[in-house]
Design a protein around this ligand. Sequence first.
Ligand code: ZN
Length: 99
Amino acid sequence: MERVETCNSIWLLDPALMQFCRMPKGADPTYAVSARWQPYFRWEEEPDTGAFRVALDDARTRWLSSRRHVDPCPRCDHEATRLVIMPPPPCAVVGDLLE
Ligand SMILES: [Zn+2]
C-alpha cells in the first residue's frame, strides 16, 4: 500500500489490486476501509516536480492528476485535483503529457 499526500487529500494506492482511493486530508484513517476504491490502469509520476496522475480507463483517455504536497508548499490553498480529459496518446512517451 502506497500513501501519497497532496495539498488537499491523501491518496492510498494498492498496486497489487490496481485500486486507489482518495480521502480528505485530516480524515480518520479508518475512513479508508469504507471509502470507495476505484480501479486505475496506470500510474505516472514526475519525480522532479511531484506531479502525478492515474489513468481511470484502460484506453487511458481519462486521468486524474495532482501534485504531491511539499513543505513549504507554494500551491496550498489554490490548486485542487482536477479531472483531465484527453485523447488517447498514440505512442505516448512517459511524462510527455504532463502539464
Ligand atoms: Zn501543499
